[in-house]
Design a protein around this ligand. Structure first.
Ligand SMILES: Nc1nc2c(ncn2[C@@H]2O[C@H](COP(=O)(O)OP(=O)(O)OP(=O)(O)O)[C@@H](O)[C@H]2O)c(=O)[nH]1
Length: 717
């Protein structure tokens, strides 16, 4: 099937074949969102010369801040946890916007793509740069859909720290697990923000427990909520023993007061906070020897005397070592808790120089950058987002692309602010830059100042490698690791709806370097709209067991009669590896036959195909199909119909958990049975359920299902 599809793509050269690498995670939310028609930005971001808008405070004041003052941060979470809302508040409080954007109204800065506005979800990561209390924060808003896991991965690998946002009523959800694992892979220090503390069902305790249990992380409770759900009105800072209350008359949350907890006014809260602080001190002391010495020495008699700063420094070290995660809480929507979150970002997450990037020593201050995202701008051409690890980048600088082995020139250098960009004259290590003029740079490419600089770095890396007796190849040592693309589970062919749209398809060739996204709306980012995704094919596999002998008979067909002209046989047992190459081998054979024997007519192709089918039928084959992990969160009332539906889809339910008022169904389902599930689930549950899917494994199909599949494939049914 796979081979056939590829043959199809090959023989129709105008029709590119695209592999969709995303595992699907559909979430039923459209009904919950007020889908507004696309509106232009309500705010003006570009009215002043130099691309900078009225609403944006000048960034020119500190173009290249000291590296210790830089924070490259990502916000990651499950869909709908409130990343975009939190980002909007961050931009507002940091002074770069003058009004609060609202995802429900479709006017946020970070969700600037029309599609994102319409659909109310974050598809494309937008890099945003702002300042907070003397720190430069480069913030990448990462998407929450598993569909866009690749986007998340691209962004995560250039971050020095991340904020994981949770819906406090749901705790750790399926996608949080995925992004958490990705952050683990890239060793990114994190802090947790329990958002939506105002929401019905919000539970600080439940959310903290789920972090402990599901993420296997050690939560450091730096704050406690004052009230929950409807009664949520503020926070307690456990480290300083202060309460933070937001002025109920202020509708933007800018005004809040920080007051020490006093025995006279808050005896209960003070007691609770003192206990929480003592527990925190003990927990941190267990993880940090320096702090343990301090606590056990000077302050062992009375933890109250321990200065907040000493505790904060120890929390910073523990966060960096990733032995525990600070936990904060609030409600972005109700404008509570975001400023303390920003303080925590600058206080606990690392600066670029605190990350241990081994390769930096080989570049010795020369330019070394990683292209982590490429966008295509109609006017400016490719825009390359890059993280600068060492050296300085300037406009008109020629830079060498190690992966592409080419040198090209940066024409302009920009600082990214959502879809607005500020032109600058240089940018140093630790920053995230946006460059114009690099036409051959693709996502994942390593960029250095020159070929000779790359060679010098390679020599240093080699010497270091010898010292450490490492086996890495030169390329491995020199290149920053590329983005790992998950194994595809779908293949499809994309055709333009008409010849007129054909030129637009040429954009597909950019996909190797640009972001490939196939959204539910089937709108490709390069601007091609296709009405539906045709020919979606699942990837089936064949079991690794001997398949027996194969014989291919070549026959001629005369007057409807087949007359054997050649018989060739493979007498050895064939295992999976050989088998996988077999269809391609036969295909190649056919092509060669046409070339070598021009007189042979087209019947040979059909004949060989029948031969192979016959031979394969004789062989003892087993088809493996992709099996997905499925997690459905559904209100109790709808549990039965959802279970009934899953049974019909060959679902295998492992566990049904209770989460607040909801049931969480955990199990497996074959991918082939789950297509169109979002619509079915929406209908079954009146739009109240959500689900997440992830590839689990490939499982053997039972003989009946396998027969049905093979018959369908061979056109018999
Ligand atoms: N009650 C409550 N709702 C919130 C809060 N923060 C966000 N929301 C709502 O939750 C929904 C999702 O918010 P977003 O900010 O779009 O969430 P997101 O995580 O960016 O979602 P994606 O972009 O799809 O990944 C919206 O309807 C918000 O209004 C909060 O603190 N409390």
């Amino acid at each position: 099937m796979l081979t056939n599809l590829r043959i199809f793509a090959m023989s129709h050269q105008i029709i590119p074949s695209v592999h969709i690498n995303n595992l699907c995670c559909y979430k039923i939310r459209a009904s919950l969102k007020r889908l507004k028609p696309y509106v232009l930005l309500g705010r003006n971001y570009s009215s002043l010369p130099g691309l900078i808008g009225n609403d944006i405070k000048s960034l020119h004041s500190v173009i290249s801040p000291p590296i210790a003052k830089i924070r490259n941060i990502g916000i990651m979470a499950h869909i709908d946890a409130g990343k975009t809302t939190t980002t909007e508040r961050i931009l507002y409080y940091s002074g770069y916007t003058r009004s609060l954007g609202d995802v429900d109204d479709g006017d946020t800065v970070t969700d600037f793509m029309a599609q994102e506005r319409e659909r109310g979800i974050t598809i494309q990561s937008a890099a945003v740069t702002f300042d907070w209390k003397g720190y430069r924060v480069n913030l990448i808003d990462t998407p929450g859909h598993v569909d866009f896991t690749l986007e998340v991965e691209r962004c995560l690998r250039v971050l020095d720290g991340a904020v994981a946002v949770f819906d406090a009523s749901a705790g750790v959800e399926a996608q949080t697990l995925t992004v958490w694992r990705q952050a683990d892979k890239h060793k990114i220090p994190r802090i947790c923000f329990l958002n939506k503390m105002d929401k019905t069902g919000a539970s600080f305790k439940y959310a903290v427990e789920s972090i402990r249990e599901k993420l296997k992380a050690k939560p450091l409770l730096l704050q406690l909520p004052i009230g929950e759900a409807k009664t949520f009105k503020g926070l307690v800072d456990v480290v300083t023993k202060e309460k933070l209350l937001w002025n109920s008359n202020s509708n933007d949350g800018k005004d809040f007061e920080r007051k020490p907890l006093l025995e006279v006014s808050d005896p209960e809260l003070l007691k609770e906070t003192t206990e929480a602080r003592n527990a925190l001190i003990e927990q941190v002391a267990d993880l940090d020897d320096e702090f343990a010495d301090l606590v056990l020495g000077e302050f062992s008699e009375n933890f109250d005397l321990l200065p907040a700063e000493k505790l904060q420094n120890a929390i910073h070290r523990v966060t960096l070592a990733q032995t525990a995660v600070p936990v904060l809480c609030g409600s972005a929507l109700k404008n509570k808790g975001v400023q303390p979150l920003l303080d925590a970002v600058t206080r606990y997450l690392p600066s670029p120089e605190e990350r241990n990037y081994e390769f930096l020593q080989w570049y010795k201050g020369d330019l070394c950058a990683l292209a982590f995202k490429v966008l295509h701008d109609k006017q400016r051409g490719p825009l390359v987002f890059m993280r600068i690890y060492s050296g300085t980048i300037k406009p008109q600088l020629a830079i060498h692309n190690i992966n592409g082995n080419c040198t090209e020139r940066v024409s302009r250098l920009l600082l990214p602010f959502a879809d607005q960009h500020i032109e600058i004259s240089s940018l140093t290590a630790g920053n995230i830059a946006l460059t114009v003029g690099l036409k051959h740079t693709a996502t994942g490419d390593t960029l250095v100042s020159s070929k000779s600089s790359a060679l010098a770095a390679a020599r240093r890396a080699e010497r270091e490698g010898e010292k450490k007796h490492r086996q890495n190849s030169e390329a491995e040592r020199l290149l920053l690791a590329g983005v790992e693309i998950p194994e595809p589970v779908f293949f499809c062919t994309i055709e333009p709806p008409s010849v007129a749209k054909q030129p637009g398809m040429n954009g597909l060739e950019f996909f190797s370097g640009f972001s490939l996204l196939l959204a539910h709306t089937q709108t490709l980012k390069c601007g091609i709209i296709i009405s539906e995704v045709p020919n979606i094919q699942f990837v089936y596999r064949h079991l690794d067991k001997p398949l027996g002998d194969l014989t291919a008979n070549l026959v001629t067909v005369e007057s409807g009669e087949a007359r054997p002209i050649e018989t060739s046989s493979l007498s050895e047992s064939i295992n999976e590896d050989a088998f996988e190459g077999l269809p391609r081998g036969i295909e190649n054979g056919i092509h060669s036959a046409f070339i070598l024997v021009p007189s042979t007519n087209y019947e040979i192709s059909a004949c060989v195909s029948r031969c192979v089918q016959k031979a394969m039928k004789k062989a003892d084959k087993q088809v493996l199909e992709p099996l997905m992990n499925l997690e459905v969160t559904v209100a109790r009332d709808y549990l039965s119909p959802v279970l009934g539906d899953l049974a019909q889809r060959r679902g295998n339910i492992q566990e049904i958990q209770t989460r607040q008022d909801n049931k969480v169904i955990i199990g497996f389902v074959p991918l082939a049975e789950i297509m169109g599930y979002s619509t079915a689930l929406r209908t079954l549950t009146s739009g109240s359920a959500t689900f997440a899917l992830e590839l689990s494994t490939y499982q053997a199909m039972n003989p009946q299902d396998q027969n049905t599949l093979l018959n369908r494939r061979s056109g018999l049914t």
